[in-house]
Each structure stands twice: as C-alpha cells, then as structure tokens.
Design a protein around this ligand. Sequence first.
Ligand code: NDP
Length: 485
Amino acid sequence: MAYDIQPTASHFIDGAYVEDTTGTPIPVICPVSEEEIARVYAATPAIIEKALAAAKRAQVAWAKMTGTERGRVLRKAADMIRERNHDLSVLETNDTGKPLQETLVADATSAADALEYFGGIAGSLTGEHVQLGEDFVYTRREALGVCVGIGAWNYPTQIAAWKGAPALACGNAMVFKPSETTPLCALKVAEILHEAGAPAGIYNVVQGMGEVGHALITDPRVAKVSLTGSVPTGRKVYAAAAEGIRHVTMELGGKSPLVIFDDANLEDAVGGAILGNFYSSGQVCSNGTRVFVQKGIKEAFLKRLSERLAHVKMGDPLDESVNFGPLVNAKQLEIVQGFIAKGVDEGARLVCGGEREGTRGYFLQPTVFADVTDTMTIAREEIFGPVLSVLDFEDEDEVLARANETDFGLAAGVFTNDLSRAHRMVAGFEAGTCYINTYNLAPVEAPFGGSKLSGVGRENSKNAVDHYSEMKSVYVAMTPVEAPF
Ligand code: NDP
C-alpha cells in the first residue's frame, strides 16, 4: 500500500476523517525542497467540540470492556503498523525530513512496540485486596476519562503512540494534537487503531497550533493532559491544566551531560556521543549535548569523532544510503545557526561543521565545539540541532557537580570501564533517564522521563499505567457498624 502525502482530511474524529477548511491553513513544507507537499487546516471550535464529545461518549463503553479485549485491539494495531512500516516510514520522512534509514527502524516500529507492550499488559492491570481483620479494602484501578495528548515535531508517530497506547490500555479515550510542523503521521496512528477495532471516538486527532491545544486542555471534560514539548510550553500547559486540577505528564526539553572518563572504550564513547548528538540531526530531547571529556582522552576523542563524522552522508532523506537529514524547518535552522554564532562569539573552538550545507533544504553540517565552558550559552541552553559541545574535566567529583549544574534533568550518561564509578555517577546524576556505556536508547519496557524542569511523570513501562489510571479505594465492612451514639 502506498500512502499519499496529502491526508484524506485534516482531522480524524469519531472513527472517520473530517474536514473543515474554515480553519487556519497549515502548510506542510518539505524540509528538502522547501515546497508545500500537503496542507491541513487547524481545528475550529466546532471540530474541537466534535472531538471531545466523541471521546467523552466513546470512553464509557471502552472502559467497560475487559483489559484483554482492549489489549487485543492495541496488539492488532501494532501488527498492522509493522506490516505497513515502510509506507509509514516514508510518510514520517516526508513529515520531518529524518532519513528513511532512521525512520525505518525508530519511528513506526517504536509506535508498534508501545501498542504491543501496553496491549500485552492491558489484561493484567488490577487493583489490590487488603485484609483488615474481618473487614477488607479492595482497590479498583479506573480510567481517568478523556485524555489530551499534545506532541512535538521530532517523533510524530512515536509520540502519538507513546501517549495513546497506555491511555487506551487503561480504558481512556484520547484526543491528540500533533505539532503544526508535522501534522501527518498521527492521523495514520488513528486510522490504524480504528481499523484494528478501536471503537469510533476512542482515539481522535485534531490539528492546530497552541490555541487548539489550550482549548482542549481547559475543557471541563478533559481529565488529563500529556505534553511532549519545550519547557516554556510545558509551563503554560501545566498551569492551564492546574486550573482544573488535571493529571499531567510533561516530557520537556533537556541539556543533558554525557561524561567520558579516560578509561572509557574510545570507539564506544565516540559512538555514544554521535548517537547522543547527531541522530535525527540532533533534534532529540534527551541528547547528551554537554560532552564532558576527561583531559587524558580529549585529543584522541576529538580526532576519532572528526574521523567518524567524515562518514556523514547528507542528501535526500528518502535515499536509504543517506544518514543525515535536514532540520525540520527554516525557523529551527535559524535558531540553531544563531546558537553556533553565539558559540563562536563567546570563544568556543569550532572543531568541525558550523555551516549550512547548500542553499536549498534546511541542511546544517554536524557541528563540534571544543574548549566550551560551563557559562557559555551553548552549554546552558537547549539547542535542538546537530551541535555537540566538548567540555574538559579532571576528576569525578568536579564533573558530577558540573553535570548537575543545570535546571534541566532529562537524561545523563557515563562512559567508563570502572564499574563502581559508573554506578556512583548514575546515582549522583539529577536526571530521569541515565545510561552507562551507551546513550539514547529508549525501549518501551523502561520508564522514560525527566527530573527538574525536564518534566513530570514517566512514559513507557509499567510506570505509565499509574499516569493514565487512578485507584478507587473500597472499604467493605463484615462486622456491625460501631457508632458513638
Ligand atoms: P513546543 O513546546 O513548541 O510545542 C509542543 C507542542 O505544544 C506543539 O504541538 C505545540 O503546538 C503545542 N503548544 C504550544 N503552545 C501551547 C499552549 N499554550 N497550549 C497547548 N499546547 C501548546 O515544542 P516543539 O514542537 O518545538 O518540540 C521541541 C521541544 O520538545 C524541545 O524542547 C524538546 O526537548 C521537547 N521534546 C521533549 C521530549 C521528551 O520526551 N522529553 C521528546 C521530544 C521533544 P504548535 O507547535 O503546533 O503551535
């Protein structure tokens, strides 16, 4: 099956594609040709109402089904996604500009993993029994109701499923708003879930900018919001959700440290730094962009990193031999170029890259700075592009303190052959997701999320279940009621 880039309609609501061209047009711009390749329209108040009403109605019956029945739908959707992986990956590449070489293994497949995992555990989600003498308490694990998911543009298929799978497994309905920059892929997740047997209204997608997100999360029918986005957006969404005391999951930005000790395996450390800075052209929230390299290994590290970066192949991301795509849009290119200029101005040493590649398409060379200090802008702010900063360090205590000297806390990594030191370091990191001798893997079985400004709650793993359900406590008396009068 081949997918057209232009979707059937802008929104997927109540089991069907729905169009309303009176909404603000959202052009989908190809990051390679800079041309419009598709167009959707932002949700109008009527579309938002239709989506929320459908979700509210459908959720009641969905929650009454057994977990096994719900899980079967999710697992079927996972199988369908795997069967259609190639076409879905082509769509993701068109939507984001990420190389097909990457999207074939990291996007729709990751969505399928989430659906399979949560589909698999849906039948085993339970409360507990607490015996209290003759009386007892039992707890019921109940769905929250209607959940809103709001996505970023770097992993549109994955984010739509990472939020949808646990929500649906627990008996909730979802209204998902993708980023206006990448509106296409979530529609396919909705379509496939419906085809796999999800009742109409259980998973809806509406397009739009921040205002649409705001309208969704402030609606009284909504019980929970899960956002993947930047810290400034997270603040706004969290505050809006707080007004209605709604549940939240916040997957926000980062400025994560990657610490490489002298005794590390050099090839692995360089590989980890590449994965943690240049995959998806650096547009990954958990990237280890502050690469602390111990002085003894620094020159060897920089030399080997430069050698391996010579194997970067930029070009049409649909060509499977290309391993480095453009940035997602002109705005992101400009932001990242601004950071590179600041790095140079503030005295960092440009080791390689730094330039836009060609004049058409948002291609930017992978960029490495050395001699970066803790106070430089490129070491403090999230860049969200292919810019790696190398900072020098001498000893463990010093580097741990400096690694934690940030308001973010999404991820952190350490490369060393000293087992005790590796575990001491991860125990000391103020970050939600840590790595020893690797970087940036995010299997569905492991909790993923941030500390400090990087977020609240965890996605994936059994942990996510607690963020999409709540416990009702039921006290059962087996003895006469003793009242004081
Ligand atoms: P943004 O914060 O700009 O946007 C995220 C989403 O929120 C978009 O769908 C956006 O809509 C929407 N939004 C914006 N304002 C509001 C509002 N007031 N109310 C409701 N919704 C709103 O992030 P980007 O899309 O630019 O993505 C990059 C950011 O995402 C980076 O900071 C990155 O670190 C983070 N991220 C975090 C991940 C994690 O798991 N921790 C994973 C991936 C990315 P629109 O843009 O359409 O206007």
